[in-house]
Each structure stands twice: as C-alpha cells, then as structure tokens.
Design a protein around this ligand. Structure first.
Ligand code: ZN
Length: 147
C-alpha cells in the first residue's frame, strides 16, 4: 500500500490542475499566500506569521490542507523564516533543483497540490543536516491542545 503513488506531474502542472478544480482559490488565499505558493515568491525575512511561532501542532499546506510539518521539528534557525529539520513522516513534500537567481538550491513543493513551499538547505542541526526553510504564508498551523 503506497499512500502517495509516484506522480509524474510537475509542480506547475499540479498547481494548474488544483486551480482548475478550485477556481475560488485566489479569493480564499491571502495575497502573500497566493504569490508564494502559486508564483514561488518568497516572503521577506522576519515578516511571516510563523517565524517565531511556538505553539504545538501540525503545519498544513495553506492551499490543500495536507499535513506537511510538525511543530516538534520546528527550530529557531535565526534565518527569518520558519525552519524545520524534516517534513513529517510520509508527508508529500517534493524536492527539485532550483537554479533561479544565480543559485543552485533545492526547492520544496507540496506533492499534493504543487504549492511552492520554500527551500531546503544543508546547514540544519538534526541528524539529516537539513534545514527546511518554509514561507509562513504557505502554511497554516492546526494547533494541538497541549496535555
Ligand atoms: Zn498542498
């Protein structure tokens, strides 16, 4: 049983498919969420609502609601964006090389709807050494009551 079978569509194709199925999306999303998820924009550092977020819960894709990151994996990297050491187990987070802006980076997108999320860097503190640097505007925190 594979919950997430191989999906050969590019993130752009997934976005177009999702937008076709959800024509109301643009009205429902905040402008920054639209720009980041659909146009791969990056919010300015230290401006995102989840940069210093400490509440417990699950960070879901703001576009499709797929659970992607857990607050337990969030850490304070000081980089100005929410940072995670890893996606949640089995979370549909896709990776591809992004050569824009004269840099070679790894872009992360939602494997379900193609939303751009952010980038992953190799200076993280965990065993994987990865830092998932994600735009706040691409996420929505589903808070978990403590206790
Ligand atoms: Zn999504």
């Amino acid at each position: 049983m594979d919950e997430h079978p191989i999906d050969a569509r590019t993130p752009e194709e997934k976005r177009a498919d999702h937008a076709g199925q959800h024509p109301e999306l643009r009205e429902h999303l905040q402008p920054m969420s639209w720009m980041c998820t659909q146009e791969a924009a990056t919010e300015r550092p230290f401006t995102g609502g989840y940069c210093d977020e400490k509440r417990s819960g699950t960070y879901a894709c703001v576009v499709c609601g797929e659970a992607l990151f857990a607050s337990d994996d969030k850490y304070d990297s000081g980089c100005g964006w929410p940072s995670f050491t890893t996606p949640m187990d089995d979370a549909p987070v896709d990776h591809r090389t992004d050569s824009s802006h004269g840099m070679s980076r790894t872009e992360t997108t939602c494997g379900s709807c193609g939303a751009h999320l952010g980038h992953v860097f190799d200076d993280g503190p965990g065993p994987s050494g990865e830092r998932y640097c994600i735009n706040s505007a691409c996420l929505v925190l589903e808070e978990r009551p403590d206790g």
